[in-house]
Ligand binder design. Structure first.
Ligand SMILES: Nc1nc2c(ncn2[C@@H]2O[C@H](COP(=O)(O)OP(=O)(O)OP(=O)(O)O)[C@@H](O)[C@H]2O)c(=O)[nH]1
Ligand SMILES: [Mg+2]
Length: 473
């Protein structure tokens, strides 16, 4: 029997068990164990009360108390906070135990809570419960995940805005407008034999414009959202031996990609994530070092080269790496084969330590004919120009992630497909010849938008979102 990957069973999230997890990162000074559910206080009492019956129950919610934790043996001298339902993150009774750091103590306490009736939480299960109990909307929960994964200030502010509900307000007003339009459509159907202009098909169609515009803006925001959240993709391309891998390593500050004087050393795309800073600007990049471009009979190298071409085509930013000693006609040919816009390209003239001014000036002439206007000179060998290169890359990348304050950006594929579905139905509504069809399309647009509105999240979407969380959130 073939083995199939196990689908996440969303029904597991639907229990009323008391859940527990170590919610802090490994290795910190303090470890946090968090419990949520109907038996949380009872488990706390078993751990803390010992010879002082009722001690933890008398503890005021949201205040720190010190207690010796005991279960069969002493576990820790710790602090705890109680949160009584519904005034907690999950909306249930919650207990947080702040332990002396070190994974050992935390896992002993975790084991004790499990022995006392709690269950190890699934990834994201605390947030799931917050959503289920109306403490967080689905998109706010997704924002919590984004916040945890954020690697630069822009990503943090985007996640915080989602958490604060700016995005929800826009989506809800969009949904409200669609509902109104659907309702007007229904009225239009009832009055279709009475010629009421207010709810005639042409009048209703005039309301589609602004809705379509908002949806299109959301659709177009996805690419920038992904760039901010996941990072800007940057492809390192050029002839073999140009110094791509050396420059890649120089930016990373480590020997990640293999460097050698044999042309064709890099065979496959090498991926690495990096956050670069220039002053108070920071950008997260997804770097791709690629195989050198040339015509070759070697089949494996050919596969590598077509991956380089794909990487260049899909990249947000191309670093075209040039060794001033390479024949200009080869540089020209390979660049033209790539068929990539010069506007998203920075030329990186490498090996500045090897070549004199005349040779480097000759390369700039070549660049002119390629219409690449941005270039930098570096030596990966002695580090000259690397700082300048960082600055240029940060600047070019910042332009790709600009957003207005409060502007809502989509950052999830399920959000994008919801918007696309809604748009499709609105386009059909705009072409509808009969008011019945128009009303049906509007209802379908609303239905398509449902995952984004978050009122009726399907199991699929819940599973997808919460499985990306870490355990303990
Ligand atoms: N002097 C000097 N040599 C360099 C510099 N950058 C790279 N090299 C040398 O150039 C050769 C090729 O460097 P790589 O970084 O492997 O070049 P590549 O473009 O990745 O080559 P492929 O993977 O084969 O396409 C190696 O011998 C490097 O040491 C530099 O800035 N100065
Ligand atoms: Mg290489």
């Amino acid at each position: 029997m073939a083995l199939r990957p196990q689908a996440r069973d969303s029904s597991k999230y639907l229990s009323d068990d008391t859940i527990v997890a170590i919610s802090s990162a490994v290795g910190g000074a303090i470890a946090l164990v968090r419990l949520s559910g109907p038996r949380a206080f009872e488990i706390l009492a078993s751990l803390t009360d010992g010879r002082r019956p009722g001690f933890s129950a008398r503890a005021e919610p949201r205040k720190f108390y010190r207690a010796r934790l005991h279960h069969r043996q002493d576990l820790d001298d710790a602090m705890f906070v109680r949160f009584a339902a519904p005034a907690s993150f999950t909306g249930e009774d919650v207990v947080e135990l702040y332990l002396h750091g070190g994974g050992y103590v935390a896992s002993r306490v975790l084991e004790a809570t499990i022995a006392l009736g709690a269950r190890q939480a699934l990834p994201g299960e605390f947030s799931f419960r917050a959503v289920r109990n109306g403490k967080l909307t689905l998109s706010q929960a997704a924002a919590v995940a984004d916040l945890i994964a954020a690697a630069n200030d822009n990503a943090v502010s985007l996640a915080l805005e989602k958490l604060s509900g700016t995005q929800n307000r826009l989506i809800h007003s969009l949904a409200q407008d669609l509902r109104t339009l659907a309702a007007l459509g229904e009225i239009g159907i009832d009055f279709s034999d009475q010629d009421v202009d207010e709810v005639s098909l042409p009048r209703l169609k005039t309301r589609l414009g602004p809705l379509t515009e908002t949806l299109l803006r959301l659709k177009n925001s996805y690419q920038r959202g992904i760039r901010i959240q996941e990072g800007i993709s940057v492809a390192f391309v050029g002839l073999p031996n140009a110094g791509k891998s050396s420059f890649f390593n120089a930016l990373l500050g480590e020997d990640r990609s293999i460097v050698s004087d044999i042309p064709g050393t890099t065979r496959d795309v090498v991926h690495e994530r990096l956050t670069l800073r220039d002053g108070d600007q920071a950008v997260t990049l997804r770097l791709e070092d690629t195989a050198g471009l040339r015509s070759t009979e070697d089949q494996i190298e050919q596969i590598g080269i077509s991956r380089s071409e794909k990487s260049a085509r899909t990249a947000d930013l191309i670093l075209f790496i040039i060794d001033p000693g390479s024949p200009p006609e080869q540089i020209l040919t390979q660049w033209r084969n790539l068929r990539c816009p010069a506007s998203k390209t920075i030329a990186v003239i490498t090996k500045a330590d090897l070549y004199d001014g005349t040779q480097r000036a000759a390369v700039r002439l070549t660049l002119n004919s390629l219409q690449i206007s941005q270039w930098i000179e570096v030596s990966s060998m002695n580090g000259a120009g690397i700082e300048m290169a960082v600055r240029s890359i940060v600047q070019a990348s910042s332009q790709l992630t600009q957003r207005e304050r409060g502007e809502v950006l989509l950052t999830r594929l399920d959000q994008l497909s919801a918007v696309n579905q809604a748009l499709e139905h609105l386009e059909r509504a705009a072409k509808a010849q009969e008011i019945e069809l128009f009303a049906a399309d509007i209802r379908q647009a609303l239905h398509g938008l449902a995952p984004l509105i978050g009122e009726t999240p399907t199991d699929d979407i819940l599973g997808q979102i919460f499985s990306e969380f870490c355990i303990g959130k």
